[in-house]
Design a binder for this molecule. Structure first.
Ligand code: TYC
Length: 112
């Protein structure tokens, strides 16, 4: 019995090994994410905040109520994490909706 290093018997030769190291690290950096935050105030009705969270953030009534209570007690809560463009749109929609209803509700975004 001898060893033949050139023997391909039983091995795959599908021409896919180009003899170069394949790049595993993506060259395109992942886009940064942004937290959208809702702030507490003394005047916006609780039910309005719950409605905003259901309407613009796709939360269930129970999830929306829980986050509203967190904001009411702690002053602020993250309501979602999005790309820059989506976060900006959500903030703008919430601020416009609050203004239309003459509530001082504040919504902001910050880089994660
Ligand atoms: N603090 C408000 C109240 O007592 C309720 C409230 C909750 C307002 C969350 C804003 O983001 C908010 N009516």
């Amino acid at each position: 019995m001898h060893i033949d290093p050139t023997c391909m018997a039983g091995k795959e030769d599908d021409d896919t090994d180009l003899g170069v190291r394949l790049e595993t690290r993506p060259k395109t950096a992942k886009p940064p994410l942004y937290k959208v935050l809702i702030l507490n105030d003394d005047y916006t009705p609780m039910e309005f905040v719950v409605h905003v969270l259901e309407r613009f953030f796709g939360l269930t009534h129970a999830q929306a109520f829980e986050i509203m209570l967190t904001v009411h007690k702690k002053g602020v809560a993250v309501v979602g994490v999005f790309s820059h463009e989506i976060a900006e749109t959500k903030v703008s929609l919430v601020m416009d909706f609050a203004q239309q209803h003459q509530h001082p509700l504040q919504c902001t975004m910050e880089k994660e």
